[in-house]
Design a protein around this ligand. Structure first.
Ligand SMILES: C[S@@+](CC[C@H](N)C(=O)[O-])C[C@H]1O[C@@H](n2cnc3c(N)ncnc32)[C@H](O)[C@@H]1O
Length: 355
């Protein structure tokens, strides 16, 4: 992975580049030290089973321990991404809510391409999406592939973020840099570290502001925000919402604002009610000027691959177990109710409007 090229291509900003370089250099030095130790001792020069496996792995060209995963024919799209066991915050596995998000994107992408000129404040402005807590960044990568199939769309800005952890961001950068050139030419990808709620205050010092440094200085400028399986920890709900409120496009001159799509399952790590509290109370409690946020459940048929949503404990959700089995992505030890994914669209509404 060539950091300088990522900078030159606009995939990372100068700030992200300067944060990454010393971490990258440290990793390269550590790998070299291990390699030298192996070379100087014949006992180590016999490849271990792990080494052999890694050497057969597409992610190993830099000596990085990444595993390549391929999603086959998800509504006609096959694409690969790379995972790093060392990425933190549960970002090192594929969660079924990210597949639900992909199906949502497929279902709605064409509508956005048609309505782009009427929904953006200026028809010439670039359509912008932002993924928060991206982990593997499956939805944004999938969106890049979807957009490459649309003729009518002018170039899009697909911004992918995860917490400010080196291995998390490196994992995403690796996946982005390995996408086919036609995908990278169709949309401008940007990858940034972002801890929710940090540096998104309007009065924030510009030299440290995430919005200014990583988001081209634009507040409330995203048409679409993707949040997949990020609300499992109530401790971060307020911070996450702070970022959403600072980045989601506001309605303007008769144009509808942006949409944040939140997909999640109930993992049982905290009482389910704590998660519903975010949807039912925390989101609608967020007011900004004339606007407040509202969360609406997605209840229409998403895909031929999925059944209609089912009512589980009074909420509409999608049972993702079968589709994960069909895709070879099923994992053991998940209770049946934890296979359900829930999808909500979060938008700005006039604060005087009754819900
Ligand atoms: C369960 S994983 C979901 C990953 C991915 N969105 C998916 O659906 O597969 C949660 C993600 O949120 C990120 N995360 C957790 N707390 C965060 C915080 N306070 N700020 C930013 N990212 C955070 C983690 O790094 C991780 O990638």
């Amino acid at each position: 992975m060539d950091l300088q090229k990522l900078l030159d291509d606009g995939i990372i900003t100068k700030d992200t580049f300067e944060w990454l370089v010393p971490l990258w250099q440290q990793e390269v030095d550590d790998l070299r030290e291990v390699q030298d130790a192996r070379n100087s001792n014949h006992l180590f020069s016999i490849p271990t089973a792990e080494e052999t496996e890694t050497n057969n792995n597409d992610g190993d060209e830099d000596g990085l321990m990444l595993s390549k995963e391929t999603i086959h024919n998800l509504e006609g799209i096959t694409f690969s991404f790379w995972m790093d066991v060392g990425s933190t915050g549960h970002g090192n596995r594929l969660w079924h809510s990210s597949i639900a998000m992909c199906l949502y994107l497929k279902r709605n992408c064409q509508e956005w391409t048609v309505s782009q000129s009427s929904s953006s404040p200026s028809s010439s402005s670039t359509w912008r999406s932002l993924e928060l807590g991206a982990g593997t960044a499956l939805p944004s990568l999938y969106l890049g592939h979807l957009l490459s199939q649309e003729n009518t769309f002018s170039p899009c800005f697909l911004h992918i973020t995860d917490g400010k952890q080196y291995r998390n961001v490196r994992q995403i950068l690796y996946s982005v840099s390995k996408q086919p050139s036609n995908i990278l030419q169709r949309s401008l990808f940007r990858v940034s570290p972002h801890n929710w709620g940090e540096s998104v205050e309007i009065e924030e010092d510009e030299s440290t502001s995430f919005l200014v440094r990583e988001c081209q200085g634009q507040y409330n400028s995203y048409d679409l925000i993707l949040v997949s399986d990020c609300i499992y920890n109530p401790q971060y709900h307020k911070d996450l919402l702070k970022t959403i409120a600072a980045t989601l496009r506001l309605p303007h001159n008769g144009c509808s604002g942006g949409k944040a799509v939140i997909t999640f399952s109930l993992h049982g790590n905290t009482p389910d009610q704590d998660i519903w509290n975010f949807i039912d109370n925390t989101i609608p409690g967020l007011h900004y000027g004339d606007w407040r946020l509202t969360a609406t459940p997605v209840d229409y048929k998403l895909s031929t691959l999925l059944q209609q949503p089912q009512v589980v404990e009074g909420r509409q959700g999608w049972d993702m177990e079968e589709i994960m089995k069909d895709m070879g992505l099923w994992t053991a030890h998940i209770e049946p109710k934890r296979w359900f994914s829930y999808l909500y669209e979060v938008t700005w509404v006039n604060k005087d409007r009754n819900s």
